[in-house]
Design a protein around this ligand. Structure first.
Ligand code: MEV
Length: 329
């Protein structure tokens, strides 16, 4: 009888990325942040080889192989090592360290570290796919929770924002109430957004550490964190009442505050000004900064897109609807 070495089981997850409209960095200190889950998906496939297959022979426990598709994921050798390390965290967090031979295939339309939560989406997608592979059925809330644990180990210090957006989908207000984190789904009208992506010069972990250092050096700068929290709540009101002019103005203020925290590069500052000149109602750095994503609000998406391209954006995305969170197949 022929025993094939092909995997007997596989699973696939589609995990959305996100754009932060308000409150990045301040959210690490428990302040509210407003994040939108966008329909740009990272695809994660996991396959398990047959434990008794003749071809695979005696396999070592925890043998993981990682196949990364699409050049766009653009991982250096060192980054690959990192990614493998965090897959082992993921499998550990799922208590499936015993799995024998798992192959993980990731395809992403965006580079990891683009500023749109790709790394959180990879984590969420891997947890969703790997748990399915192990016949576990996890709720989206549970996936969000496990993914956050992994992100904290990878990033050093992380809020549950990116992982929640990818797992749960929609528009979310994330904030801390005492020791407890609250993830509140909010209903907002359509907001026309254009996102420009630029080369990211530092990792999110490095940028979060830079802000922490600045706040330790100058403790009075904690006021900036407070102000970002207040303006996020004001922006939520404006979004709910459809006052886009006000939302745009508050995005501009939020950008200025992030600049004072040291996460805005010259390239990002220029892009923000260029799209404002092109008629955007507001524009700001989005995510950790240090390059990465700039989000602009405005109906005139063609002019805004052209302005992003003119200042050297590597990619421009027009976002018209939200995603519904992670999907497993
Ligand atoms: C990164 O997308 C957002 C930050 O606020 C970090 C975090 O929330 O963990 C900069």
């Amino acid at each position: 009888e022929e025993v094939s070495g092909t995997p007997i089981k596989s699973s696939k997850a589609l995990a959305p990325t996100k754009v932060t409209l308000f409150g990045e960095h301040a959210v690490v200190y428990g302040k509210p942040a407003l994040v939108l889950s966008i329909p740009v998906y990272v695809e994660v496939e996991t396959e398990r080889a047959d434990e008794f297959s003749l071809e695979s022979g005696p396999v070592s426990l925890n043998k993981l192989s990682l196949i990364i598709e699409e050049d766009e994921v653009r991982l250096s050798g060192e980054a690959r090592g990192e990614v493998l390390r965090y897959f082992s965290y993921i499998l550990e967090s799922l208590n499936i360290i015993g799995i024998r031979d798992v192959r993980i295939r990731i395809s992403s339309p965006l580079p990891v570290g683009a500023g749109l939560g790709t790394s959180a989406a990879v984590t969420v997608g891997t947890i969703a796919a790997a748990s399915k592979l192990n016949d576990m059925s996890l709720t989206k809330e549970k996936i969000a929770e496990l993914a956050w644990e992994v992100e904290k180990r990878v990033q050093g210090r992380a809020s549950p924002m990116d992982t929640s957006a990818s797992a749960l989908g929609g528009a979310l207000l994330i904030r801390r109430d005492g020791e407890k984190w609250i993830r509140e789904k909010i209903t907002i009208n359509e907001v026309p957004l254009v996102i420009g992506l630029f080369k990211k010069r530092w990792t999110t972990g490095e940028l979060v550490a830079r802000v922490a250092k600045r706040l330790t050096e100058y403790p009075f700068l904690n006021e900036i964190i407070e102000v970002i929290g207040d303006l996020t709540m004001e922006a939520l009101n404006a979004l709910e009442s459809g006052d886009l002019a006000k939302v745009g103005e508050l995005m501009n203020v939020n950008h200025g505050l992030l600049e004072s925290l040291g996460v805005v590069t010259k390239e990002i500052a220029e892009a923000v000004h260029a799209v404002r000149m092109a008629g955007a109602l507001g524009a700001k750095v989005s995510g950790a900064g240090g390059g990465g994503a700039v989000v602009a609000l405005g109906d005139n998406v063609d002019e805004i897109s052209a302005a992003f391209k003119a200042v050297g954006a590597e990619r421009v995305l027009v976002i018209r609807r939200l995603s519904r969170g992670v999907e497993v197949r």
